[in-house]
Design a binder for this molecule. Structure first.
Ligand SMILES: [Fe+2]
Length: 545
């Protein structure tokens, strides 16, 4: 069965393709259009489809639109209700429903040859749930939390033999995702985009408003929750986007963050009991990108294993919608590297076209490790790009973890706020010696504690609260990055490298080789490792390291 999944309703438009139970391709529209998050989540943008990502998915599989058996759209307008009756202040929301109803015609126009009758609507949270629950082989409890779907912001359920039973959902306006978005806006960041900055800011604060938030945000004892209106201004002054961040802002962020963790933990426990105590919890929805909360659920919750979909935000519903209606048995999820890739020949042709001086070293991993050991910055472009918001060693910017100044330097290169932490990747076999917490962690969806004796050895990746958001690198699934880490360890004694996404401020992650070369040309990066090819700054532009 050939199923194309589409997310287009709110933000992070994306497409995914499953052929005979294999996830062949999955990618976000922003990587093609170069518009961060694809579009802003306003109702009249709902008609904008992931045209480029969808066309690429088909191309990747050598299919034409007419070859598809079904298209799964991750929102069901038939479930929608008037925004006012949902308690939402969104007078244009009906446009969203109108556009969603017309999605079959819009899709047929974007993908000539597609029969609009092939398009099936999948409830938004069922799509999120499937992206997680059908990605692991075993039965599992599933918890979905986001800003909103059609009428809800949450789903608690259980997958048995690949079938979803919904145990509970929480209707709007109560929404943990919208609460966090409101806070993000209040703190002067871009909502539906910068929530992870609030999470980072929270670790600098004291949760002194926690008592009040416990009154305003409550679980109901039956798997649901309520969120009362928060008078943000009474707690900390609204901040303009260029305004100063104060202790009050950090304290507010800390308070909401801790309350979110408590509520998520409660919901996870309820779902465990209601589901009959399965060993595994899977999670999706934008709120499941909160890796501090995820780590708490893993540590304090009743489950043996917590698995979070790496594309937990709405982009992942493209894959989830396709999984939800796919009738074939689907292989478990083993890699987020589902986006575009280029052959060595294509990469070399691009380098020639750009007239960049390059070499093909015996081992690009060893070459990169040498530059990193000398405290250089490496743009690491290998294989297929990642589906979801994290760079996982395919479109990554790498640096030395042992230098205190690395964080400032990386945040400067990327034009990021200085309070934001940078994360480590670690050789799987050395993880337990250095970190405490969820293992394996191949998708960076949990925070871990850095063991005391290691804090001074890897200061660049040790956050102010003593944590790090670790990616464990396993040689079976990521041989190139594993080889780089092994060589870096041989040179420095550290089995850890700093890993951030390969992009500069406000721009989507690099996807094409040309974008990688542009970034290399415009940022102080010492080595571009483009597939097996090496471009050194000193050779390309003179000077540098
Ligand atoms: Fe969502």
């Amino acid at each position: 069965m050939r199923v194309l999944g589409i997310n287009a309703i709110f933000h992070d438009p994306a497409a995914a393709l499953i052929v005979d139970g294999q996830v062949v391709a999955a990618a976000e529209e922003e990587r093609f259009s170069r518009r961060k998050h694809g579009k802003r989540p306003v109702p009249f943008a709902a008609w904008e489809l992931p045209d480029l990502a969808a066309a690429w998915c088909l191309h990747e599989a050598g299919l034409r639109p007419g070859d598809l058996d079904a298209v799964a759209y991750s929102f069901d307008p038939g479930l929608g209700r008037d925004a006012a009756t949902l308690g939402l202040d969104d007078p244009s929301d009906h446009l969203r429903l109108d556009y969603a109803r017309r999605a079959p015609q819009f899709l047929a126009a974007a993908l000539p040859g597609l029969d609009p009758d092939q398009v099936r609507f999948v409830p938004h949270h069922v799509a999120h749930a499937a992206s997680a629950g059908l990605s692991v082989p075993e039965d599992n409890a599933v918890l979905v939390l986001d800003g909103r779907g059609e009428v809800a912001s949450h789903l608690g359920g259980v997958y048995r033999d690949g079938r979803l039973e919904v145990l509970r959902s929480q209707e709007l306006p109560h929404s943990l995702g919208l609460l966090y978005e409101d806070l993000t806006r209040h703190l002067g960041f871009l909502h539906s985009s910068d929530e992870y900055k609030v999470m980072a800011l929270a670790s600098y604060g004291t949760p002194r408003f926690l008592g009040l938030l416990r009154d305003l945000v409550r679980t109901t004892g039956d798997g649901g929750f309520t969120v009362e209106r928060v008078d943000w201004d009474a707690l900390a002054k609204a901040r303009a986007s260029d305004g100063q961040l104060t202790d009050a802002h950090a304290d507010l962020a800390a308070s909401v963050q801790v309350r979110l963790e408590e509520v998520m933990l409660d919901l996870a426990r309820w779902t465990y009991d209601a589901a009959g105590g399965p060993k595994t919890l899977t999670m999706a929805g934008g709120t499941a990108l909160n890796c501090v909360a995820n780590a708490r659920i893993a540590a304090e919750g009743p489950f043996d294993r917590v698995w979070v979909q790496p594309a937990a935000g709405d982009s992942g519903t493209a894959l989830g919608a396709a999984l939800a209606i796919c009738e074939d048995r689907v292989e478990p999820f083993t890699t987020a590297a589902l986006g575009r890739g280029w052959s060595d020949g294509e990469l070399e042709a691009e380098l020639r076209r750009a007239a960049l001086p390059y070499t093909r070293p015996e081992s690009i991993a060893a070459e990169a490790a040498r530059v990193l050991a000398g405290n250089g910055i490496v743009a690491w472009y290998q294989g297929r790009s990642e589906y979801g918001p994290r760079a996982l060693g395919h479109r990554s910017l790498l640096a030395h973890p042992g230098d205190r100044h690395t964080q400032t330097r990386m945040n400067d290169v990327k034009g990021r706020e200085q309070f934001r932490p940078i994360a480590p990747m670690v050789r799987a076999e050395r993880f337990a010696e250095i970190f405490d917490g969820v293992y394996p962690s191949p998708y960076m969806l949990f925070v871990h504690r850095v063991k005391t004796e290691w804090k001074d050895r890897i200061p660049a990746v040790t956050h102010v609260d003593g944590t790090a958001r670790v990616q464990t690198v396993h040689a079976e699934t990521e041989p190139a990055v594993a080889a780089l880490l092994a060589e870096f360890e041989r040179l420095t004694g550290l089995p850890v490298v700093v890993n951030t996404s390969l992009n500069t401020a406000g721009r989507p992650m690099v996807d094409t080789p040309r974008e990688a070369m542009e970034l290399f040309g415009s940022a102080p990066v010492d080595l571009l490792a483009l597939g097996p090819f090496a471009v050194h700054r000193a050779t390309a532009f003179g000077g540098g390291r």
